[in-house]
Design a protein around this ligand. Structure first.
Ligand code: ATP
Ligand code: MG
Length: 308
């Protein structure tokens, strides 16, 4: 069959699906749908670049000016998933008795409040403390336990939260991060939407320390086709949809998702579920439209209207 002048190969399931998804072809529709909904991590080139950079930072020898990183990108485009993947790959393996915690991830507090930030770190490493303890005491506790746990990297997600405070408080917060970086001699990785750059731009010493890496929205190119291919390899459908080679479908998916990874995944998962329910067993334009998917920017404006 020819689609947009391109041949759909209709490869055997064994050739077009990953082994785990192949196993699911023989399971019930409900089991296949459950499987589709599971969270998973697809490695794509930009994610691989960031993961490699994180690995590089993790083995950086201790020195007075430890390099740091700022991962920026639009919301719902895979930033947290990357750092979580990195965190998981450095978790002590089950069954091995060790207290080591090489990587720690915390969320930035909802406002630039250093005490709340220290509390979040101590909570994460399960160290009891009193909220009323002084900042310097909390700082000493963090330093002591990070050394004890062999912690080599601190990741702070949602760093743009700190923009909700005054510039003076933002500066104070960024200074606390800088001091922690100096004191612990370990890289600090900040993660947030691009406005987070305003937080690191509070002074030159900080902006020069936090080198940004951008996680861009998806464009219509080979990488995007590669992503569609990876997703199709996971979806346990009995027939090939041929998403990467079908320009109409691929463009429709990109437009509807506005190039955001979380949206692409959700739209394709929903369509695959419809394709299973309807018995077609492959994603078609009709299924994509049937999802009733609304573009994220349009969704936001609808919500705004409702809020009025
Ligand atoms: N590598 C990946 N493989 C498969 N699915 C992914 C991947 N990365 C992200 N996703 C999907 O996209 C969704 C959004 O990703 P994530 O939460 O990492 O975005 P984010 O950039 O941190 O967004 P926010 O700025 O709103 O926190 C995830 O829930 C997951 O379903
Ligand atoms: Mg996130």
């Amino acid at each position: 069959m020819a689609k947009n002048g391109l041949k759909v190969k209709n490869e055997e399931p064994a050739l077009r699906l990953i082994p785990k998804s192949l196993e699911y072809l023989d399971k019930t529709d409900e089991e296949r749908i459950e499987y589709i909904k599971k969270e998973r991590f697809i490695v794509y080139p930009s994610a691989k670049k960031i993961l490699d950079k994180l690995e590089e930072l993790l083995i950086e020898p201790k020195k007075t000016r430890m390099p740091c990183l700022l991962i920026v990108g639009d919301s719902n485009n895979g930033k947290t998933s990357i750092v979580k993947k990195f965190y998981k790959s450095h978790m002590p393996t089950d069954g091995i008795e060790t207290d080591a915690v090489p990587v720690i991830i915390v969320q930035a507090p909802p406002r630039p409040d250093v005490a709340m930030f220290y509390d979040a770190i101590l909570d994460e490493i399960l160290i009891p403390f009193r909220k009323s303890d002084s900042l310097s005491r909390k700082e000493s506790e963090i330093t002591y336990y990070f050394q004890k746990l062999g912690t080599k990297m601190l990741i702070v997600d949602e760093i743009h939260n700190i923009l909700s405070g005054s510039v003076a408080r933002q500066k104070e917060f960024m200074n606390a991060l800088k001091n922690l970086n100096n004191r612990l001699l370990m890289p600090i990785v900040l993660v947030g939407i691009k406005e987070a750059l305003n937080a690191t731009n509070t002074d030159f010493q900080i902006s020069s320390r936090f080198k940004p890496m951008y996680l861009k929205r998806w464009n219509f190119n080979g990488e995007y086709r590669g992503l569609l291919k990876s997703i199709e390899k996971i979806l346990p459908l009995k027939k090939e949809s041929g998403l990467p080679d079908d320009n109409k479908l691929a463009e429709y998916i990109l437009e509807s998702s506005e190039g955001l990874l979380g949206e692409i995944i959700e739209l394709l998962n929903l369509s695959a579920i419809i394709a299973i329910g309807g018995g077609k067993e492959k994603i078609t334009m009709e299924d994509l439209k049937k999802t009733g998917y609304v573009m994220p920017s349009l969704r936001r404006s609808i919500n705004d209207l409702e809020a009025v």
